[in-house]
Design a protein around this ligand. Sequence first.
Ligand SMILES: C[S@@+](CC[C@H](N)C(=O)[O-])C[C@H]1O[C@@H](n2cnc3c(N)ncnc32)[C@H](O)[C@@H]1O
Length: 401
Amino acid sequence: MTTPFGSHELTRFPADPRDRLRAWDAADEYLLRHLDSGTGERGPVDLAGAGQITVLGDRWGALATALAAYRPAQITDSALTRAATEANLARAGAAAGAVTLLTTQDAPPQRIDVLLVRVPKSLALLEDQLLRLAPHVHAGTVVVGTGMVKEIHTSTLNLFERILGPTRTSLAEKKARLIFCTPDPEVVAAGAAGTPAGGGWPLTYTLDRDAGSGAGLTAVNHAGIFCADRLDVGTRFFLQSIPTNTDGARVVDLGCGNGIVGTAVAVADPDAELVFADESYQAVASARATYEANVRHGRGDRAEFLVGDGLSMLPAGSVDLVLCNPPFHSHQATTDATALRMFAQSRRALRPGGELWIVANRHLGYHTHLRRLFGNSEVAASEPRFVVLRAVKREKRPRPM
Ligand SMILES: C[S@@+](CC[C@H](N)C(=O)[O-])C[C@H]1O[C@@H](n2cnc3c(N)ncnc32)[C@H](O)[C@@H]1O
């Protein structure tokens, strides 16, 4: 990426040389050009004398890496973003600690003088984060948002306007647009007064009696997670099909979201040991809260909560059962790459004889991938839209098909 802040070699995470998707886009470039030179009536931003710079929603660390010399803080909900940022900073030769890496669950910087916002896909996450950051901005804070034109809607602008202050947009360049917002302390105070504590998050609901092993359980959802306000239809079908009498097995809820799948197993089998894993900090915080809301006090030590890329941090052969409702998106792009990586990671993490159970849209044809990886795949349950597939790890690797 070449911008007024230098040329940087950037990769996504996990880096894959066959991946032709770039780790930055026109929205990142537009924002960086603007900071250097200003567009329209706004002049350049004096970053050197600006004080504390916070970057929210950076996709793969392009903004934090380009601005590393100004020692910004980056706030992200994604462990993949964080890992990409660390790798991109190292490649750029940035000094250790040049960027303060924060998650959406961490306390924000005390005082923010420049707030740069890469608009996230989830409006709920944007609202949640703007509400958290609003008390830390002041009338002089420079707030600039950026995104591709298709990512910025009237509802996006309304959030800035309602939570921070007067907001307008730039002209589009290369299908990207900037958002200029001038914080107004009165708007910030009124926004805080007119919003329930935490912006109404986390959101809690009780699963109805048709939710299989999840019936009657409480789901706790932080802003921005998958299906935060209702039970997903695929998850509902999964809950009706998964094995719950696991005989004290070590069970992983992979891509756990709010953790309702793993919690259903923990409630049905008090001897099961649960691992909840997701790349979203908001999701893992939700899973922990869901688990604690449903599982008897004193069992907390039987569950682990991991934020990271799939099962990469679990030792090989260390689990008995993996349950997964895989994602079909990675940072805006529709892709099965993450699901396939999760299947391969599951095979590695399972002990011989261990099982991977997944739920997926029938048309995705995941049975072919499971057969290639595990040498077997059977339909455990099926309905018109979804299938639940089960694959068993055999001692020997299957011969390539
Ligand atoms: C389809 S949702 C399923 C959520 C939850 N299990 C449910 O059924 O409601 C997929 C989940 O995978 C997570 N995810 C995406 N990429 C991941 C990765 N590389 N490693 C771990 N989790 C990931 C997403 O954050 C999301 O929570």
